[in-house]
Design a protein around this ligand. Structure first.
Ligand code: NOJ
Length: 538
């Protein structure tokens, strides 16, 4: 039987550029990560997902790879990587690499001499082959002056899409994956993997055209049989645009494709016609609908990731919690709300401290390609949103909010670097930092630690049934888990007002497993602002 240790794991995601700088150049690096393994161990996570550290011209901070088997010098050397892997393994921590094979960098040698590894198409009516707009703005097609043809870069011209239709490309990718696995890494997070099968090049919205192409499952099955089946590793697919029905195939319990999906339905709830550039808030009733669907439809059939944050999302306390008066309390409530569901939880660096969005003053403080391109197009070219509004929207939604340096302590630059940081440090690091959090019993860090310990010790969290209560309540997110030795009730108040509800009779006499405030147990459960209580009964 295939092992499924990753169902009981907790993944900690590191964005290396912003985690810890060991050599004072202002950019986080591999030796910096190695120096903090003890911190991750103390938190209790057991798998580390490292965003790309491969050789790259860094147009998209490493999600544009120019050599899959080399480390970018600003992150260190392959020797540093080997040392990280060895030390992590000694501590019982697994390392999952971020694999970007929907596209490479346009500086990859393949792009220079293997055009059949990419999509080079003839233009139409003197222009590109179709009207697709790239994820990060502009046409998805760039003219190659030499051949007169156009190549596809569905994210940006610096990130040409790899042609998975070509068996030689697939072989090259699988060889490279084996090379890493033979080194002893413990799995892959597969970037934009739902986009790799492309056959339909007709006009339309690229966000609808790319996901779930006709051969996607064939490719993933081939990857499983050619590579993954030979190693005891985990794979998580970044599966944008994948519905819950499709996810059953991507992450099927039969183990024929990936081990779990990492999907975006909950993240898209505050999007809209201007994509993320607005000030819409996530509606709790809608959010619950999304969670209940994924919890129930995958149950016993496929496996999901649980996450609020990553390097592409703003900080969760700022997004749906409270980053002022109730910051710590809401951070704990949000953590518990997620961590008691079924799936593998992901913690993004700094989330365990309750880190917040960053007050960027102007466009010159941003570093993210997506944000800067959007600003240039929307504010400068199209003039469809005013500068003031766009900066406000970026303050709420830009990816840079989560990419500011990790707060280690209250020393200069939050202890992240002794040099000049590549991106602004959030000025609130003097109050919010790991040194303080680790030393305080009631901190967000300690709360995450308890959640992890509970998941490790209570089988019901991994395997129990999920049932949502009060689906239409605009403030309360309440659910039960049951079926594996007892029952849990998780009650979260997403509002600033006190809220109460009558406990189901089956929870009379229950005791508190964990909470973020004093709870008086009675038939009516009263939760203060952003209050949380998890009840247990056997
Ligand atoms: C998804 C990654 O998470 C994001 O950071 C990146 O920009 C795109 N894929 C393109 O690789």
């Amino acid at each position: 039987m295939r092992k499924d240790w990753w169902k009981k794991s907790i993944v900690y995601q590191i964005y290396p550029r912003s985690f810890c700088d060991s050599n004072g150049d202002g950019i986080g690096d591999i030796n910096g990560i190695t120096s903090k393994l003890g911190y991750i161990k103390e938190l209790g996570a057991d798998v580390i997902w490292i965003s790309p550290v491969y050789k790259s011209p860094m147009f998209d901070n490493g999600y544009d790879i120019s050599d899959y088997c080399a480390i970018n010098p600003e992150f260190g050397t392959m020797q540093d990587f080997d040392c990280l892997l060895e030390k992590a393994h000694c501590l019982g921590l697994k390392i999952v690499m971020d694999l970007v094979v929907n596209h490479s960098s346009n500086e990859h040698p393949w792009f220079l001499d293997k055009h059949d590894f990419y999509y080079f198409l003839d233009g139409k009516n003197g222009g590109p082959p179709n009207n697709w707009i790239a994820w990060f703005g502009g046409s998805a097609w760039t003219k190659d002056e030499k051949s007169g043809r156009y190549y596809l870069g569905s994210f940006s011209p610096h990130q040409p899409d790899l042609n998975w239709e070509n068996p030689a490309l697939r072989k090259a990718v699988f060889d490279m994956m084996r090379w890493w696995l033979d080194k002893g890494i413990d799995g892959f997070r597969l970037d934009a993997i739902s986009f790799i099968s492309k056959q339909d090049f007709s006009d339309g919205d690229i966000k609808k055209k790319l996901p779930n192409g006709p051969r996607i499952h064939e490719y993933l099955k081939e990857m499983r049989s050619e590579v993954l089946s030979k190693y005891d590793v985990m794979t998580v697919g970044e599966t944008g645009g994948v519905t819950v029905e499709e996810a059953v195939q991507y992450a099927n319990e039969d183990g024929s494709e990936l081990d779990m999906v990492f999907q975006f339905e909950q993240q898209d709830l505050d999007g809209g016609e201007t994509f993320k550039w607005n000030d819409r808030k996530i509606n709790l009733v809608e959010l619950k609908k999304v969670f209940v669907k994924w919890q129930n439809k995958l149950y016993g059939r496929a496996w999901n990731s649980l996450y609020w944050c990553n390097h592409d999302q703003p900080r969760i306390v700022s997004r749906i919690g409270n980053d002022g008066e109730f910051r710590e309390k809401s951070a704990k409530m949000l953590a518990a709300c997620l961590h008691f569901m079924q799936g593998t939880p992901y913690i993004y660096q700094g989330e365990e401290l309750g880190m917040t969005n960053c007050p960027f003053a102007d466009i010159d403080e941003y570093r993210d390609l997506e944000s800067i391109n959007a600003y240039n197009t929307i504010v400068l070219d199209e003039k469809s949103i005013s500068k003031e509004d766009m900066l406000r929207f970026m303050g709420l939604k830009s990816r840079d909010n989560s990419r500011t340096p990790m707060h280690w302590n209250d020393d200069i630059n939050a202890g992240f670097t002794t040099g000049k940081p590549w991106i602004k440090v959030n000025p609130n690091y003097r109050e919010i930092n790991a040194k303080d959090q680790v030393s305080r019993e009631d901190s967000v860090f300690m709360f995450y630690r308890k959640l992890i310990q509970l998941r490790k010790s209570l089988e019901i969290i991994t395997r129990g049934n999920f049932e949502l209560l009060l689906p239409e309540d605009p403030d309360l997110f309440v659910y039960t888990r049951s079926g594996v030795g007892g029952k849990l009730l998780v009650a979260c108040n997403f509002s600033r007002e006190e809220r109460a509800f009558i406990l189901p009779q089956s929870f009379y006499g229950a005791r508190i497993l964990i909470s973020n405030e004093e709870i008086n147990m009675a038939e009516e459960l009263v939760l203060g602002a952003f209050g949380l209580a998890v009840l247990t009964i056997s």
